[in-house]
Ligand binder design. Structure first.
Ligand SMILES: [Zn+2]
Length: 604
């Protein structure tokens, strides 16, 4: 992060006084049902950055296709150092576009929006008094470079679009937890460099039809810090919807996730549980108000772009009008998370609670199905619009909760995992000397790899763990991650193995699921017989158990297992399905730690 900061600072110093370029000559084509190509997009931002002293275009690291991820920034007082901007009380908004390049409204809308601010259209320049804008012009560059008329064939324009997956065929909006792409790593660098208050990721959705051009996924308010969540639910979200209703021709509605998949919208829609592998799931872990716009594919591309421009304006003006509250709540939450003890790893919707939502839909017609097929898709009749109040289910309750340890301790054999943590602003220390420590260990009791691969993984599901407190040997250089950090939520959600998006779920710890060491039935049986003959107590224990347990009485292999579990060599089982990250529940006193960058320090 520091490196990027220096880069931007250097660019600021060298360029701020010498903007001599021509006035920008940008030709946007969304009104002609065309979205700009990748090179045209970068050229547009370069022209803006060359001409306006409030604008910068910088590279933030590589993407999988080999081209750099760009960040375009607009800052009113020509200050591009986020730390100093925060000190001045500025709110930072980060907008991510083209994660799915077949859904390009945000790509064109963000250029129009930026140019309008810089040219002061409708007095928009005043936004910069309190708000700083960061824009990722195109996130999935590999997908954007591969264009076709035939991607997203059910979408009403633009004529040419990019493809969904990136250069290594991964869906980038499933990569924010595990971060296997260079795109994700460059995004994470950008995100932590800015530490934004508000984040928006722009998309297009298919599915049910209705009268709205633009829909919104907001991160679950229950996942946010308490005060932030209250403000989000009671102030910010109602404010954004009502501002769109008043100031845009398009209005806006929450993303339509129907209560019954094949049912009717009138039965109600549900808020979307954005897991940490989604952009908003990741960014909200860092106390950021996070959104995805989802434009409706059936609406014409120019309308979709204009609706995104409208939302960008309303989001920015809302942030401008509430900048003090937004900044204050984030600052408090950033501090509180360092002390937070309890973490929710999974969520379940409460269908007994709903709000009322005024919806504008089309009548869904389902003709008599004479073919006998199970599924009858029906259609939405545009000649039969309706406006009605429908139930909106927004309440999610925690379904899996853990208490954080004082620190996680991870053997250095798993350094690749620790590299991922470091990349997410996690401070990591190392043991200065070999140490025996009492930790809480998890044993994996159950984990079911998914049959179908997702993102190249057979994700471990339905993971059950057993917790054991025991002494473990650790060695000089093993990693210690103290949970007193702004990244606490990422640390806990990635390192608790039963969290649905943990590193364990994504298979990074799968070797521990394989047999560690075990007895061979050959020869071992006679060894146990000797043990039985010499140990009367053991003999009696076996006989009593056999009297109570039919399986033990009838199955020689069950008896062998029974004896093995009581033999001295059973000690080796300590390492069977042992999850490597131990939980140090309190600081053990006089623990000598060092870091890669900093001198040794002692926690007494
Ligand atoms: Zn999408």
């Amino acid at each position: 992060m520091k490196k990027a900061l220096y880069i931007i600072a250097a660019i600021t110093i060298s360029l701020s006084a010498c903007k001599v370029a021509e006035e920008p000559d940008i030709i946007l084509r969304y009104e002609e049902n065309l979205s700009l190509e990748y090179d045209e997009v970068i050229d547009a931002y370069r022209q803006l950055a060359d001409y306006y002293p409030e604008a910068r275009l910088v590279e933030m690291g590589k993407t999988d296709i080999g081209k750099p991820l760009h960040l375009f920034m607009i800052s009113g007082d020509h200050d591009f150092n986020p730390a100093s901007l925060r000190e001045k009380g500025k709110c930072i908004i980060l907008i991510n576009n083209g994660i799915h390049p077949g859904e390009p409204e945000g790509i064109d809308a963000s250029i129009q929006f930026s140019w309008d601010i810089l040219r002061d259209i409708d007095g928009m320049h005043e936004l910069l008094d309190r708000v700083v804008i960061g824009i990722i012009p195109v996130y999935n560059i590999g997908g954007a470079l591969d264009r076709s008329k035939y991607y997203r064939t059910n979408q009403d324009g633009p004529v040419y679009v990019g493809r969904r997956r990136n250069a290594r065929n991964l869906d980038l909006n499933r990569d924010f937890a595990k971060q296997e792409t260079k795109n994700a790593r460059s995004f994470v660098r950008t995100f932590h460099f800015l530490n934004p208050d508000v984040f928006l990721d722009t998309h297009t959705t298919n599915g049910s039809d209705h009268q709205f051009t633009i829909t919104l996924i907001a991160t679950l308010y229950s996942k946010l810090d308490t005060a932030m969540g209250k403000f989000f639910k009671e102030e910010m979200l109602p404010g954004l919807y009502s501002r769109m209703e008043e100031n845009s021709d398009y209005g806006m509605i929450p993303y339509v996730q129907m209560k019954n998949y094949y049912g009717d919208i009138k039965n109600g829609i549900m808020a979307y549980n954005d897991a940490p592998y989604y952009s908003t799931g990741y960014t909200s872990m860092y106390n950021c108000y996070s959104f995805m716009t989802e434009n409706l594919v059936y609406k014409h591309f120019p309308d979709r772009v204009r609706s995104v421009i409208d939302f960008l304006k309303q989001l920015s003006y809302y942030t401008y009008d509430n900048s003090d509250t937004i900044r204050k709540l984030k600052d408090i939450a950033d501090e509180e998370v360092k002390e937070q003890d309890i973490y929710h790893l999974d969520w379940k919707i409460d269908m007994s609670y709903s709000e009322k939502l005024l919806f504008r839909g089309y009548e869904h017609v389902r003709p008599e199905n004479s073919s006998g097929r199970r599924w009858n898709r029906g259609y939405y009749d545009h000649d039969k619009p309706w406006t009605d109040s429908i139930p909106y289910y927004t309440k999610y309750d925690p379904s899996l909760t853990v208490e954080k340890p004082w620190a996680y301790i991870i053997p250095q054999a798993w350094s690749d995992i620790v590299e991922k943590l470091r990349h997410n602003e996690v401070v990591v220390y190392r043991l200065e000397k070999d140490s025996e420590l009492t930790v809480e260990n998890y044993y994996i009791e159950n984990a079911e790899p998914a049959q179908r691969a997702t993102q190249g993984h057979h994700v471990n599901q339905n993971t059950d763990v057993r917790k054991v407190k025991q002494k473990m040997q650790y060695y000089e250089g093993d990693f210690v991650i103290i949970t007193n950090q702004q990244s606490n939520r990422y640390i806990v959600e990635m390192l608790e193995p039963h969290a649905p998006n943990s590193y364990f779920a994504w298979n990074y710890f799968d070797p521990i699921l394989e047999a560690h060491d075990f007895y061979s039935i050959w020869g071992f049986e006679s060894h146990l017989m000797e043990m039985l003959e010499e140990n009367q107590e053991l003999r009696e224990e076996l006989e009593t158990a056999m009297a109570d347990d039919e399986e033990l009485a009838n199955d020689p292999l069950a008896r062998l297992r029974f004896l093995y579990q009581r033999a001295p060599m059973y000690e080796i089982e300590k390492y069977n399905k042992l999850y490597p990250a131990g939980r140090l529940m309190s600081h053990p006193g006089n623990l000598k730690l060092c870091s890669d960058q900093e001198p040794v320090f002692t926690i007494d």
